[in-house]
Design a protein around this ligand. Structure first.
Ligand SMILES: [Zn+2]
Ligand SMILES: [Zn+2]
Length: 223
């Protein structure tokens, strides 16, 4: 069931962009800021204590740092698509393989700590929506064939559920659950703080953004 929600969140976002053809609006920026705050807070409230309890805290710290480095490395290729903006020459007709592969690795990793009980699922789910919207806008406005765009989004939507499925069925991942979760914590800490950082353009005071960020944190606490 949780897999279905994750896939639907991405596919419906794509469908919405294809049909409504929305512009980059303030609403999207607010949604992005909310998702960043919500994901960051869930990671800190939920995943972090779990990881530090599960194993030796010093080695967990190292794995978290590895996750942060891994995400920085992935962003050399994705150009930031997993946190809400795409820098890719949209006049090109070739399939953006590097963007695609690094996004898929990111999404796959995100699926690893998901189980039906932990609240981080909602954080990932909410995070997917603005990212899928922005990605779909890019794909549909580029010179790529619509069929390539559909394949891109379809495979992208399957990666997180695939990660979650493997994590729950593969012995290797269950054995190394604690360090793997710590790596994912690093990834999530990095992207969610970049989302928050980039959502305050010029660091001008923006009351609406501050309210949605605060709301994201409070909701994460009570979920
Ligand atoms: Zn960025
Ligand atoms: Zn992500």
């Amino acid at each position: 069931m949780r897999y279905l929600f994750l896939i639907l969140a991405v596919l419906l976002s794509f469908g919405f962009v294809a049909i409504v053809k929305p512009k980059k609006t303030l609403g999207l920026q607010l949604l992005l800021a909310f998702s960043g705050a919500f994901l960051l807070a869930l990671t800190i409230f939920d995943l972090l204590p779990e990881a530090y309890n599960a194993s030796d805290p010093r080695s967990m710290g190292i794995f978290i740092m590895i996750g942060i480095l891994l995400q920085i490395f992935l962003e050399f290729f994705s150009k930031g698509a997993e946190h809400g903006h795409v820098h890719w020459d949209d006049q090109k007709k070739v399939f953006p393989w590097l963007l695609f592969i690094s996004l898929c690795i990111h999404s796959f990793m995100e699926g690893l700590p998901l189980t039906s009980t932990n609240p981080i699922l909602y954080g990932i789910l909410i995070h997917k929506i603005p990212i899928a919207l922005i990605l779909s806008m890019f794909l549909l406005n580029s010179n790529l064939k619509t069929s390539s765009a559909v394949v891109f989004i379809l495979i992208f939507s399957l990666m997180t559920p695939f990660g979650s499925f493997l994590a729950n069925h593969m012995e290797f991942i269950t054995t190394y659950k604690a360090p793997i979760t710590a790596i994912v914590i690093g990834i999530l800490l990095h992207i969610s703080s970049v989302i928050l950082f980039e959502s305050s353009q010029g660091h001008t005071f923006n009351l609406r953004k501050l309210i949605v960020i605060f709301l994201g944190i409070v909701m994460a606490y009570f979920i």
